[in-house]
Ligand binder design. Structure first.
Ligand code: GAL
Length: 953
């Protein structure tokens, strides 16, 4: 059944035209720039915002992994639409600081825009500015130039603190003006450092320094940590301590094997809410790894279902998931272990599509938002289950008496289907539920059910339900509740009524029984049933869905109360503008939608009026515009240009840096002198070239070979060696190579050995041992058959100041990068026609480029990407530039990434696009760059339609 079919079955449109007149009033969303003061407090139960208990349901997002500011609202709105109220955001020092003392917060680095976008979407922010963030980002977020400073990172070393303070001053100034407490934004918490576990006096002094600095810089929100049990009390303690938990680890190759859930109740600190600062939302994947589809399978919707609810049952009232949207480690931001994609198997994919986990997060998120008693609970006596494999973890709100029962497998890794009865002691008495003969409470494999009992909402009293509640709201003159369960399972709900109400089953099969305490409904979760119950102080409309049906149920809150919509791909926002209910959202090919709203005289969708008809259930039936089909052009008309003139003996390297250093900032010991580490000469990204000169004449003993040790970082490293323009060989998967110099290649006079190396990223400095200063480039160069200094070296790598808009990670040091070919390709005559797949067998560097005009439907959000396909056994590496942005590093013989999402803005869906690919072929086997094509990850009618990126400063 398609979405429309089952909804149609459920909602029969009547021909009642919409005439309801709405009172004229303006929506009262906070004026954007007027700072208001708010109070953020906490106690052992929860955070409170202006005294109101608030469940923090948060997802992690990294702006430096989405270089398109026009898409930031997309992520925040998608979070909000899934019931998230908070984003946890790392700020990467290195992303904003190309050089010591230099900072950039413009263009794709415009954090004022980012924080305004979060506020406008109704999302709170937990700000995590480091200075160290880890995050699988180069140097753990430390700037590239810190590789040249031999300071003791993450310690009270004054030389380090001076540099850290430089960053803190810059970032704190921005964060302070976006605080909820006294700024114009929604920053509610500030994390100090990251997973810092050094509780020694020095470690405490360091933490205290950062905290004093934050306060001195005007940070007034609570200081929080993800330092587990460190810094809970004493010097350096944060206000609220949080936990980092990744129960499944990071190997996605066995995605159906689970490790058990931790019991977070054991980690509740006195006087503080239980806060999981990072809880597993996916996993990163290494070069050559199983791929992100496997990570999405490991940390799937069932994982969210069992593990996130387990945290709720343990008493957590602040949960952040790392990642909710992973994005792209574009340019050279990845650490050596990871490839470009940071999809993470997260709820929102790198291409901004919904993983099934998104809908599970949404079901739980809506529940937490609607059922406010969850923010203040204590453990209580569990109910009894007649199935020994199941347990109940129960909590109760001491003020309202609302009970929460998490029914789950005793073993959280179990996957058996269990059918049971649960005995509960409730205000109305003891019940063994479900009561209906022949029906059961089903735990469907990897599933937990968070059941509500003794729950009162407005005019509705739910004594118990074996369905889970997704949301409940007063809409217009009645209450509307959404209950759900897995498709085909039994459900039973007992509602309290003083007198027998009138029950109208509008859709689906639901039986009702009037019993001592009220109205009992029995049903199977199948599609979307609808029951109207009249007779209480307000009518109650029950929507009872299977999991699938809940996917297209969206809730938004307006100044005139909640709005519920069934249908559309996504409801982004709803607000009243006089009598008009203005909705924004995304539409797919299923154009039917139903809206439950208060009174609205007009409804608009993305600014366009919609005609609406009233249905028997009181909903408005709407028809949304359908997206137009997307037809992607094939990529052809390629041209090529050779790109490694450095190989030639007579290449002019006179202006290159001479390797003459005898000391290094690195933690790696040089194998030979002079020091040849790229970072020591200011070359921090991607490829670095070395040219070693030696003289052959009578009187000189010339080397007959060369032994090299080269560190690229990780198993995706490589280096290639030429002598006087002749290929000597490449090394992949090792740091060591020995090359002999055949005498036929030697010439009298100056001889040149050219070495192409690559820095696959700098190590994180998790242990504060200076690992970001691990050497990159040549570590030792030993001439064979000649003296140690027979070869003199020059080197050239990335030029830091190229392309400030794109920043310090965009370009490495290939010839074409130093001349910015991806932006300025130069004379067309230098580029020769080429066809792909390329059949070259010459090792070296070749650049390919093409232009592709795109004319994709306007008013539509189309998520695009580039794909490279190769037959197995190709030995080359490629860097993909789109309009000058380096969006992908591809290693043909390692993988696993073949598809590279390109955010709109970087690619222009309505304009011309330049695609430039630098190919480094490492051997002589036939076959170069493979087939390159555009891919479409999804296209919806949408208010998000981004063409370009704003200019930087
Ligand atoms: C955490 C760390 C994050 C990230 C994560 C794994 O321990 O705080 O920055 O590295 O692990 O993705």
């Amino acid at each position: 059944m398609t979405r429309t079919q089952w909804i149609k079955a459920a909602l029969i449109a009547s021909s009642l035209a919409l005439t309801a007149a709405a009172p004229a009033s303006t929506d009262t969303r906070a004026a954007a720039s007027a700072p208001k003061t708010h109070r953020i407090t906490f106690d052992k139960y929860s955070f409170l915002i202006d005294g109101k208990r608030t469940y923090i349901w948060s997802g992690e997002f990294h702006p430096y992994r989405l270089p398109s500011p026009g898409l930031w609202p997309d992520i925040f709105q998608k979070m909000k639409a899934a019931g998230f109220n908070t984003a946890s955001i790392y700020f990467s020092w290195g992303y904003h600081s190309p050089r010591d003392g230099q900072y950039d917060f413009s263009g794709v680095r415009d954090l004022d825009k980012l924080l305004d976008d979060a506020r406008d979407a109704g999302i709170y922010v937990i700000a995590r500015p480091g200075p160290y963030i880890n995050a699988e980002v180069d140097s753990g977020g430390f700037p590239l130039w810190l590789t040249e400073k031999p300071v003791r990172n993450r310690s009270p070393d004054p030389a380090y603190l001076k540099l850290a303070d430089q960053w803190m001053t810059q970032i704190d100034r921005i964060l302070a003006r976006h605080q909820l407490t006294d700024g114009r934004g929604t920053v509610i918490a500030y994390q100090v450092e990251n997973e810092y576990y050094n509780g020694s006096p020095a470690g405490r002094a360091y933490m205290q320094h950062l905290e004093d600095k934050a306060r001195a810089d005007g940070i007034t929100v609570p200081l929080v940590g993800n330092h587990n049990a460190t810094f809970v009390t004493g010097k350096g303690a944060v206000d609220v301590s949080g936990w980092d938990y990744y129960p499944q680890g990071f190997d996605c190759s066995h995605p159906s094997q689970w490790k058990p859930a931790p019991d977070m109740a054991a980690h509740h600190f006195a006087g503080e809410p239980l806060f999981t600062a990072e809880f597993q939302g996916g996993a990163f994947d290494p070069w050559g790894g199983p791929g992100y589809a496997k990570c999405a399978q490991l940390i799937n919707d069932r994982f969210a279902n069992v593990f996130y609810k387990e945290n709720i049952a343990a008493g957590a009232t602040a949960q952040n998931f790392y990642m909710l949207y992973g994005g792209t480690s574009w340019g050279w931001q990845a650490i050596p272990q990871n490839y470009t994609s940071y999809d993470y198997g997260a709820a929102i994919t790198e291409g901004r599509q919904f993983d099934p986990k998104y809908y599970e997060d949404k079901r739980i998120g809506y529940f937490l938002h609607a059922v406010t008693p969850i923010t203040k609970t204590n453990p209580m006596q569990p109910g009894r289950l007649d199935d020994p494999r199941l347990i109940d973890r129960a909590r109760i709100n001491p003020d309202t008496g609302t009970q929460f029962h998490l029914v789950r497998h005793g073993d959280t890794t179990a996957s058996s289907v269990e059918q049971a009865h649960l005995t509960l002691s409730l205000k109305e008495g003891r019940f063994s539920i479900p009561q209906q003969a022949g029906t059961t409470l089903t735990i469907d494999g990897r599933e937990s059910k968070l059941l509500l009992a003794d729950y009162t909402f407005d005019a509705t009293r739910m004594i118990y339900s074996t369905s889970e509640l997704m949301t409940i709201a007063t809409i217009g003159s009645r209450d509307v509740a959404v209950l759900y369960g897995r498709h085909g399972t039994d459900g039973e709900t007992l509602l309290g009524f003083a007198a027998r109400p009138k029950v109208t089953v509008l859709a689906g099969h639901v039986t009702s029984h009037w019993e001592q305490h009220g109205l009992r409904l029995d049903y199977r979760h199948d599609g979307l049933a609808q029951v109207l119950i009249e007779g209480g102080s307000k009518p109650l409309l029950l929507l009872i869905g299977d999991n699938r049906a809940t996917q297209s149920i969206w809730r938004q809150d307006t100044s005139r109360g909640p709005v519920l919509m069934i249908g559309s791909h996504l409801l982004r926002s709803a607000h009243y503008d006089d009598g008009t209910l203005a909705l924004t959202g995304d539409g797919d090919s299923d154009t039917h939608a139903w809206l439950f709203a208060g009174d609205a005289s007009r409804v608009t969708w993305n600014g366009r009026p919609l005609s609406a008809t009233r249905t028997a259930s009181g909903a408005l039936a709407l028809t949304l515009p359908a997206p137009r089909p997307v037809v992607l052009p094939t990529l052809d008309h390629w041209t090529r240009r050779t790109g490694a003139p450095e190989i030639a003996r007579n290449f002019d390297d006179a202006h290159w840096k001479i390797a003459n250093r005898t000391t290094t900032s690195s933690v790696t010991k040089p194998g030979t002198l002079p020091v040849l580490f790229a970072d020591d000469y200011g070359f921090h990204t991607g490829n670095t070239w070395y040219r070693g000169h030696f003289t052959v004449n009578t009187g000189h003993v010339a080397p007959t070979g060369l032994k090299l040790k080269v560190m690229s970082g990780g198993k995706a490293g490589a280096f290639t060696v030429w002598l006087n323009g002749h290929f000597l060989g490449s090394v992949t998967g090792s740091e060591l190579g020995a090359f002999s110099f055949p005498s036929r290649m030697i010439v009298p006079g100056d001889n040149v050995v050219s070495v192409l190396t690559v820095d696959m990223g700098h190590e994180e400095d998790y242990d504060s041992t200076g690992e970001n200063r691990t050497a990159r480039g040549i570590v030792s160069a030993e001439p064979v058959g000649a003296t140690a200094n027979a070869i003199t070296w020059r080197l050239q790598g990335a030029i830091v100041d190229e392309s400030p808009l794109r920043g310090p990670y965009n370009f490495g040091g290939l010839y074409g990068e130093r001349r910015e070919w991806p932006i300025k390709p130069g004379n067309p005559a230098d580029w020769h026609p080429a066809t792909l797949p390329a059949d070259t067998s010459t090792p070296g560097v070749t650049w390919y480029r093409t232009s592709v005009p795109l004319d994709l439907p306007k008013g539509q959000d189309t998520s695009l990407g580039l794909q490279i396909k190769d037959p197995p056994g190709r030995h080359y590496r490629a860097m993909i530039f789109v309009n000058g942005w380096q969006m992908g590093n591809y290693v043909a013989d390692l993988g696993p990434q073949h598809r590279f999402p390109i955010p709109d803005g970087v690619i222009d869906p309505h304009g011309n696009n330049n695609i430039t690919i630098a190919v480094w072929k490492t051997d002589r086997t036939p076959g170069g760059l493979g087939r390159v094509s555009l891919v479409d990850f999804g296209s919806y009618t949408s208010p998000i339609d981004v063409s370009t990126i704003p200019a930087g400063k």
